[in-house]
Design a protein around this ligand. Structure first.
Ligand SMILES: [Zn+2]
Ligand SMILES: [Zn+2]
Length: 147
């Protein structure tokens, strides 16, 4: 999905809650829309090259999470990262590197995703838990840390 279509969707979602889509908020959505995975406030700030002060990045993240535009991702070491919610970014999973702590998005090809669905449904049956969604976290070492 293109970044400009993200902007239209985010703008109308924010308008529903009476929140203005300011240039600073657009800039944060731009960074997250082109990121390879969830990012923390400091990482977003860095990618904005100082165009948006860190304190305002934090406020923007809170506002966008409240509006359901962003969701938090809690990694090890207590760092909270954010990414566009699945209704914007599409369904995907995460590769978590135990070396550098990086988190990368991965979208599975349809046959694999269908297999995941079957596994999740089977787990639901075993546990009498009615699963409505799932997200896989795969831990390991990224190509950089494995080299
Ligand atoms: Zn790594
Ligand atoms: Zn993700």
């Amino acid at each position: 999905m293109s970044v400009s279509s993200h902007h239209r969707q985010v703008e109308s979602r924010l308008a529903d809650s009476g929140v203005r889509y300011t240039p600073g908020r657009r800039a944060v959505v731009d960074v997250l829309g082109s990121a390879e995975g969830p990012l923390g406030a400091a990482e977003i700030h860095e990618r904005l090259h100082g165009r948006v002060p860190l304190s305002s990045v934090y406020r923007t993240l809170a506002v966008l999470e409240e509006a359901g535009v962003l969701i938090p991702h809690f990694a090890q070491k207590g760092l909270t990262r954010y990414e566009l919610a699945e209704w914007l970014r599409g369904h995907h999973h995460h590769l978590v590197c135990i070396g550098c702590g990086g988190v990368e998005d991965v979208t599975l090809p349809d046959p694999l995703e269908a297999e995941m669905d079957r596994i999740v449904k089977s787990i639901g049956k075993l546990t009498e838990f009615s699963a409505t969604s799932h997200s896989l976290e795969i831990e390991g070492r990224c190509a950089r840390c494995d080299g």
